[in-house]
Design a protein around this ligand. Structure first.
Ligand code: ADP
Ligand code: MG
Length: 257
């Protein structure tokens, strides 16, 4: 499935690809203000997979959107590859997002009229460059779908569609791949394939992955599990804890919340 076998050492890179410093995000104004993130400070180390868990409304998606430069924090700093996003205008932010950040959504978000290959190359084409066919093929090969290049989303299973979305997200070799509940719409078999793929991207390419999930079994694939509550880091588990231990800690958090 994978064509590369370079195995960078975990967390030894000089600077984490993503850093959040004292990040606060408010929505709305006045009495209706919601504090979605509350002075969050975090690093996501290179070549690691982090799972972000927490009750609904705890700020998981907001964290991903701010860390990916999709949304701007109300205060605090977000650095991607050492670049402070606050210093970038909209154009520069768009370029950084396109070149350094991959994002995968629960709903796949593929264009139904386009083939798998066309979906994978779409972000680069929109940016005015035409990736070589070999590059597109390599991205689809990395997700095990080299033989499905000409298929449209409707001709693919949910798990395969999510893998195409992952190929699209990694074709530009981003510094970080964010995934917001990437297995939320998949059955357990398809989920396992997608999770193994994400894990493989970390282990064989040194891809940095940050994944939001509700599923302790999915979080068990990560090197580190963060538990959010009310926009704050409420708890943290190292990798290798297993789904049951993770489930117990999240349950404790739901009770406290
Ligand atoms: P999670 O992904 O953990 O369910 P979110 O990050 O989506 O949580 O939301 C965190 C909080 O911010 C919630 O209270 C939610 O209602 C609020 N929120 C999120 N997005 C918006 C928005 N665009 N406008 C207003 N409030 C929002
Ligand atoms: Mg969410």
């Amino acid at each position: 499935m994978m064509t590369t076998n370079v195995r960078p050492q975990r967390g030894t890179s000089s600077q984490p690809p993503v850093r959040l410093r004292d990040v606060t995000k408010h929505y709305g104004a006045g009495e209706r203000t919601v504090t979605a993130l509350d002075r969050l400070t975090l690093d996501f180390a290179a070549g690691t997979m982090t799972a972000v868990m927490g009750p609904s409304g705890s700020g998981k998606s907001t964290l991903l959107h701010c860390a990916a430069g999709i949304d701007r924090p109300s205060s605090g700093e977000v650095l991607i590859d050492g670049t402070d996003l606050a210093g970038l205008d909209e154009n520069a932010l768009t370029v950084l997002r396109r070149e350094r950040v991959g994002f995968v959504f629960q709903a796949f978000n593929l264009v139904s009229a386009l083939t798998a290959a066309q979906n994978v190359e779409l972000p680069l084409r929109l940016a005015g460059s035409r990736p070589a066919a070999a590059e597109v093929r390599a991205a689809l090969d990395a997700v095990g779908l080299a033989d499905r290049q000409g298929h449209r989303p409707s001709e693919l299973s949910g798990g395969q569609q999510q893998r195409v979305a992952i190929a699209r997200a990694i074709i530009a070799r981003p510094a970080v791949l964010f995934a917001d509940e990437p297995t939320g719409a998949l059955d357990s078999m398809a989920s396992r394939v997608v999770l193994r793929l994400l894990r493989d991207l970390v282990d064989s390419r040194g891809q940095t992955v940050v994944m939001v999930t509700h599923d302790p079994a999915a979080a068990a694939y990560a090197d580190r599990v963060l538990l959010l509550a009310d926009g704050r880091l409420a708890d943290e588990l190292p990798g290798g804890e297993g789904a049951e231990a993770i489930a117990a800690r999240t349950a404790a958090l739901e009770v406290r919340a």
